[in-house]
Design a protein around this ligand. Structure first.
Ligand SMILES: [Zn+2]
Length: 643
């Protein structure tokens, strides 16, 4: 209400200002009918240009006006009169020297002004109506509209050339309206709530015809099926279930929170859905079995699975489009001991990032990539779900594959190693893989990528090639640490001496969640903590922390009314968004080779690496990220302590 008042007041102010301006300037112009067009600014005694004088009278000097006047006369096309350049609103008779109005110019200005009043009124009423849903500020829009119009108006009455001044006023009238219209259209497109609010009738009629299945989130689903009619039939079947609305809501939740995966575990009595977001599970409220089953009927139907089959393994795909965006989904279901487990994976076409983009610090990346491009064996590793595929692909795009001949030796199941400029070579069975590799090596490739080592003979061949033929060999293995990865690969070798000689670098990684930049908070920490993290306490005084709901006593205002804390719009209230890799790396030296030979155990390798300073630890990378505010200390502790 106050905003409406404000706007009314502002309009009155403008009206009054406008009237005062016109009257004042009329008087002024009449009094100065003979004044000139020259707008040289006087420089006063102080040396400061006396601009104020110019603004108030529009005139500074009255002498050399002839040429300008002629020019203006020509431009207006009125030859019999002399244009008084105080403002081009005036046309003065040459003979009398007295000023009077060019009425049609004044009329144009008045009409334009009335148009503005109307449009400003509409903008005001509209913005007040939708400001909450559209997150627009009515005061700002009104003030900007008034100021722009004022500027345009003064341009029209002060600029000596009417055809420059008036168009400026016209722009000042229409630009804010147009800008508001564009912003409003964008907001409408984004929000169904807003559309509903502005056009309740349309939705009222719709909802009276609406089926219960169409309630809830608006979502267009492209069900599984060979043909259009198959897909339509699958969707009709899914909509028959009373769980269709819950099904849509669950998918919507998943998209909203950027889940990689939704899992629903069915037991005798209930269904427990959970979201997997950036490597962490988030439980959703449990459903009773009937509700869960109804939802599952819809889910399985759109994915082309048999809803009645609860034991056998099934898989299918579908896609959807909603206000948030598009998604491709892969659904699997299978019977487990307790009942049934259903997974919906959001299939993402992720871009392949280079190692530094994945989070490897430049100093480590430089030395590791150097190793990758030289002869010898390099290994990347990570625990399950910690981004090994991304790092493997990141490694393959980071290595020099343009000036060198690179191949990838893989089985026919491998899907993650197809990178441009690396030629795929598929071996059949594991038994014949070594023979296949031998034949392939006749083509003299410079580098061989091996996503999985199929046999000891295969490994021995690779070690030999690395040692005697100066070839680079790249491998990946699942492991919790670089030393474990080294030992796991070592165990695959038949000729261990050759392997010890060939192996050069081993990395391991884990993923930590990135703090949401939109809602993270800074907390002061004692200098000791900064020091412990390897930072400089004189420069860093605070660390970033995940946003958390304040304690209950702080969630009420002074009157005891509850204060709402809406979840962050960027991360959905989780506090983290996306993940980044923290890496450790062992540069294999003679001390480690000796330890490998003597005591092939994690502890021995770790000790040798520490003693010979051959290892950059994951902890130091992670602490660096904490000091940079990329992640939180809690997240690092959580991730690094997990085994
Ligand atoms: Zn956030």
């Amino acid at each position: 209400m106050s905003r409406r008042l404000f706007s009314r007041a502002s309009k009155h102010i403008v009206l009054s200002l406008l009237s005062v301006a016109i009257i004042g300037w009329l008087a002024c112009a009449n009094a100065n009918a003979d004044v000139g067009v020259n707008t040289n600014v006087d420089v006063g005694d102080s040396g400061i240009p006396e601009v104020t004088q110019v603004v108030s009278s529009h005139v500074v000097q009255s002498a050399p006006i002839e040429s300008a006047q002629h020019c203006l006369v020509a431009s207006v096309g009125v030859h019999s009169v002399l244009v008084r350049p105080t403002s081009m609103l005036f046309v003065a008779a040459k003979a009398t020297g007295g000023g009077y109005f060019s009425w049609w110019k004044l009329l144009l200005i008045v009409v334009t002004y009335l148009v503005w009043v109307k449009s400003a009124d509409w903008v005001n009423q509209d913005v007040v109506k939708i400001e909450k849903e559209a997150e627009l500020n009515a005061v700002t829009w009104n003030v900007v509209g008034v100021l722009v119009m004022l500027a345009g108006f003064f341009a029209a009455i002060s600029i000596p050339m009417f055809w420059i001044g008036y168009p400026l006023m016209l722009i000042a009238t229409l630009a804010p309206l147009l800008f508001y219209w564009i912003v409003r259209k964008g907001k409408l497109k984004e929000s169904q709530v807003l559309r509903r609010k502005l056009n309740p009738k349309k939705y009222e009629n719709e909802s009276s015809e609406q089926l219960t299945q169409d309630l809830g989130v608006a979502m267009s689903i492209n069900a599984a099926g060979e043909s259009d009619s198959d897909r339509k039939a699958a969707l009709i079947k899914a909509r028959r279930s009373s769980g269709f609305v819950d099904f849509k809501e669950l998918l919507h939740q998943g998209m909203l929170k950027r889940a990689d995966l939704i899992q629903i575990d069915y037991t005798q009595t209930q269904a427990a859905p959970r979201l997997f977001v950036d490597g962490t599970w988030h439980a959703l409220p449990n459903m009773d079995r009937a509700k869960g089953d109804a939802l599952l009927f819809s889910l399985k139907s759109v994915a082309g699975l048999d809803p009645e089959e609860r034991r056998k393994k099934q898989a299918g795909d579908f896609s959807l489009k909603s206000e948030i965006g598009k998604a491709n989904l892969h659904v699997t279901s299978k019977g487990v001991k307790a009942g049934e487990r259903v997974r919906v994976t959001y299939v993402q076409s992720k871009d392949i990032l280079t190692l530094p983009n994945l989070g490897m610090f430049p100093s480590m990346a430089k030395s590791f990539v150097g190793g990758l491009n030289r002869p010898g064996i390099c290994i990347v590793s990570a625990p399950p779900t910690h981004g090994l595929t991304a790092t493997w692909q990141g490694m393959l795009v980071t290595v020099d594959r343009l000036t060198r001949d690179c191949i990838v030796a893989m089985d026919d199941q491998e899907t993650e190693s197809s990178i441009e400029n690396i030629t795929p070579k598929e071996f059949g069975s594991d038994d014949t893989a070594a023979a296949f590799l031998k034949k392939t090596l006749n083509a003299q490739p410079d580098a061989i990528a091996v996503p999985r080592v199929p046999s000891p003979e295969f490994m021995d061949l690779l070690s030999l090639e690395a040692n005697s033929q100066q070839r680079s060999v790249w491998m990946r293995v699942q492991a919790f640490s670089a030393s474990e990865a080294l030992l796991k690969t070592y165990a695959l070798a038949g000729n261990r001496g050759d392997f010890r000689e060939a192996v050069k670098y081993v990395t391991c990684q884990r993923l930590v969640r990135r703090l949401c930049d939109h809602c993270k908070t800074e907390v002061p920490v004692p200098p000791k903590t900064i020091q412990k993290l390897g930072g400089d306490p004189s420069k860093i005084k605070t660390l970033s922390k995940q946003w958390q709901l304040p304690p209950p006593e702080q969630r009420v205002d002074e009157n005891g009314n509850p204060i709402e804390f809406p979840p962050c719009g960027v991360c959905g209230g989780i506090g983290y968004i996306g993940r980044i890799g923290v890496f450790e790396m062992i540069k294999v030296n003679d001390a480690i080779r000796a330890a490998l030979k003597k005591t092939p155990k994690v502890a021995a390798i770790e000790a040798a690496a520490k003693e010979s300073k051959a290892k950059k630890t994951m902890q130091s990378s992670a602490y660096q990220l904490v000091l940079m505010g990329v992640t939180s200390i809690q997240e690092v502790q959580n991730v690094l302590n997990k085994k």
